[in-house]
Design a protein. Structure first.
Length: 258
């Protein structure tokens, strides 16, 4: 029997998943660089998220490590249960720890998708985000290659990350946007994309919901997460942690919240 999804459910990329997802960005070394200090614990956190706590929306990216976390996700969870959504992101280059550079060259984006398919050991990325829009490359060109990969069956659904309402409208002229992933929390309270996503019926995946731990330290876990969940039923926060006890606290905090 599968655990009850925490905080209820939401449909993202054609799957009914837990509104509370799990962000994997912190499952690396310092600076989102290299292997985690404790690899076994990182693997355990991933397995507990899915198999113990019923979190069936796992969010990762090729830039985390880079590449480190996609390998961890595969090691921890493959073969992936049918009901679990593994989402990844492409379009950022990591020249060094704590450095993130958008790169939307179509050849690079295609290479990223092909590499993520191999690392995750899947034939199709069920949800693939354009991690950042590269201002040096026409958005149409960036979307066109992602759409071509979708047409080829290598991407199931297309998402956008760190985008404005205008970005969403422009991309929506070419593809169905399956999800938008932007920062939203009690510190960064205003995002004009939130209302547009509700209007268009696009799930809004809130990253950094605890403001990298700052809010948890100041207010605890329950208040910031309930604040997010109560902003709209289209919101799906993806907190991240490397600590199994902290993960349990997060799940307990949203129990019964909506």
């Amino acid at each position: 029997m599968n655990p009850t999804p925490p905080a209820g459910t939401i449909t993202i990329a054609g799957k009914t998943v837990s509104r509370l997802g799990f962000g994997t960005m912190r499952l690396t070394g310092p600076g989102t660089w290299g292997d985690p200090v404790d690899r076994d614990t990182a693997l355990s956190v991933l397995r507990q998220a899915v198999h113990t706590h019923g979190i069936i929306h796992i969010d990762t990216a090729d830039a985390y490590g880079p590449h480190t976390v996609e390998h961890l996700v595969r090691e921890a969870l493959y073969p992936y249960p049918e009901h679990v959504l593994i989402a990844t992101k492409v379009g950022l280059v990591r020249p060094a720890p704590r450095q993130w550079v958008p790169l939307g060259n179509p050849f690079y984006l295609r290479a990223c998708v092909e590499a993520s398919l191999r690392r995750l050991n899947v034939d199709r990325l069920e949800l693939c985000y354009l991690h950042r829009i590269d201002p040096e490359v026409a958005l149409d060109d960036q979307i066109a290659v992602i759409q071509a990969l979708q047409d080829e069956g290598k991407i199931g659904h297309i998402g956008l990350s760190k985008v404005t309402p205008e970005d969403i409208r422009l991309a929506s002229k070419h593809v169905d946007v399956a999800a938008v992933q932007n920062v939203l929390n009690m510190t960064d309270r205003f995002d004009p994309a939130l209302e547009l996503c509700e209007e268009l019926g696009i799930p809004y995946v809130a990253y950094r919901p605890l403001d990298a731990g700052t809010l948890a330290a100041a207010r605890g876990v329950e208040e910031p997460l309930h604040w997010l969940l109560n902003r709209g039923t289209h919101i799906a926060p993806i907190p991240s942690t490397t600590n199994p006890k902290h993960l349990e606290q997060i799940v307990t905090a949203v129990a019964g919240g909506s």
